[in-house]
Design a protein around this ligand. Structure first.
Ligand SMILES: Cc1ncc(COP(=O)(O)O)c(C=O)c1O
Length: 359
């Protein structure tokens, strides 16, 4: 018998059409492309950290319930008892779990655009239809368009990132509420960037059973741990838990996260510092000619080059050893746009100085 075992026959055509998630090699560059916290683990914690990570029995599988991590999260984030917590290998994995659990013929995932790319990617990979609704020109929600799309497409899942990536803004709370009231399915409020602002939608999740809150350790200084968490009613989380791989949070991540939660004040202090540095960076960028700067509530700032070609600016920054994210071409509303993660004050100063030369 002969078989056609070619890649083109066996791999789903829609997967073949996708590009793999590209992560540029930063080497020794100043890394301002991925919304990481630029500060290492606070000095006094570094020694203890090494001791904590030496403890877990790596010959054993992790406890899939990760009780210490969940206990710490509950205490530090004041998560009420009515909610359960589901952990993911980064919030990316939680998005994947939710998509897997709801996927089926005709099922739709929806999000405003430009938004976090993994909503669309993971929806498509898991066989769902994805429908993006353009934001307004000022990156606020286009409420009539969103309400219209909710009625037409009846999404089983609606993602709202607050603050939004890559635009950095918060949507009007009354508009978020209106979407929650009219959504025919689940609404996930992705709070990846709340450590850098005063927004918090836990209250809305208490009011509406179909609202889930997703957060991550990635932006507060622990991107390398890979830990995201979903907060919501036990009935929902119990279903998502069924598609979770049994040991998705490894022993070192669990030990590291439980330790970090005991010292969470230090991470919050770093986030507060980044928030201050964001204000200085925003001001310095605003002082540059030929640059439109969008106000941000996150740990990055979106800018638009008014005369220069954004891709050339990005390439010239890279030549000067500074890596940022070029978003030109990612969405019509992002024409000429660049996203700059807030780094240390010295990194920010170097980035602004380089931009002054280039623009
Ligand atoms: C809005 C938003 N949600 C989720 C994530 C993913 O975070 P994690 O590192 O927890 O997978 C990101 C990462 O950039 C993001 O911007």
């Amino acid at each position: 018998m002969s078989f056609d075992r070619s890649v083109t026959t066996l791999i789903r055509p829609d997967i073949q059409a996708l590009g793999a998630y590209h992560v540029p090699d930063a080497g020794a560059m100043i890394k301002l492309d991925a919304m990481e916290n630029p500060y290492p683990l606070p000095g006094p914690l570094q020694k203890q950290w090494a001791a904590v990570l030496a403890e877990p029995a790596v010959n054993r599988y992790p406890d899939p319930r990760a009780p210490e991590v969940k206990k710490g999260l509950r205490a530090v984030m004041s998560i009420p008892d009515e909610f359960d917590i589901l952990l993911g290998n980064g919030s990316d994995e939680l998005i994947q779990m939710m998509c897997l659990a709801i996927a089926g013929p005709g099922r739709v995932v929806m999000a405003p655009e430009p938004g976090f790319v993994m909503y669309a990617n993971l929806a498509r990979i898991t066989g769902l239809d994805y429908h993006g609704v353009a934001l307004g020109g000022d990156f606020s929600l286009d409420l009539p368009a969103m309400l219209d799309a909710l009625g037409k497409h009846k999404p089983a899942l609606l993602f709202l990132a607050q603050p939004n990536n890559p635009t950095g803004n918060l949507f009007a709370p009354d508009q978020v509420r209106a979407l929650v009231e009219h959504a025919p399915g689940l609404v996930v409020i992705d709070e990846a960037y709340t450590p850098f602002c005063d927004s918090d939608y836990l209250g809305l999740a208490r009011e509406f059973e179909h609202v889930l809150i997703m957060r991550t350790f990635s932006k507060v200084g622990l991107a390398g741990l890979r830990l995201g968490f979903l907060i919501g009613r036990p009935a929902w989380l119990a279903e998502f838990d069924k598609v979770r791989l049994p040991y998705n949070i490894n022993v070192l991540t669990q030990a590291g996260a439980a330790f970090a939660l005991e010292h969470f004040g230090d991470f919050r202090a770093q986030a507060a510092r980044i928030r201050n540095d964001r204000a200085s960076l925003t001001q310095a960028l605003q002082a540059l000619a030929r640059l439109e700067v969008f106000p941000s509530e996150a740990n990055f700032v979106l800018v638009r080059t008014l005369k220069a070609d954004a891709r050339r600016v990005c390439a010239e920054l890279a030549q000067r050893g500074i890596l940022i994210k070029c978003l030109d071409g990612a969405h019509p509303l992002l024409r000429g746009c660049l996203r700059i993660t807030v780094g240390t004050p010295e990194e920010n100063t170097r980035c602004v100085a380089a931009l002054r030369e280039i623009l």
